[in-house]
Design a protein around this ligand. Sequence first.
Ligand SMILES: [Zn+2]
Length: 86
Amino acid sequence: MPIGAPAGTTPGYCSSCNAPILWARTGRNDKAKPLDRRPKGDGNMVIENERAVIFQPRIHTGMTRYMTHFATCPQGSQWSKGELRR
Ligand SMILES: [Zn+2]
């Protein structure tokens, strides 16, 4: 497994802006969700039990946080419209 990819995630690149991302499964429907590959101190997601979950301060203290790529992608509006695929 490449350095920097937590268990349960797959490194890749955004098909829109080419930024390095991690594909992380979510607990809800097993759909892969893109996260910025570089951890972020104020990120809104953490990897817990190999799943991407919303960061909750009281539960995930001290865990590495990631920002969902939807929030940082320059083409984010296209993501939300569902026009981009992995
Ligand atoms: Zn992007």
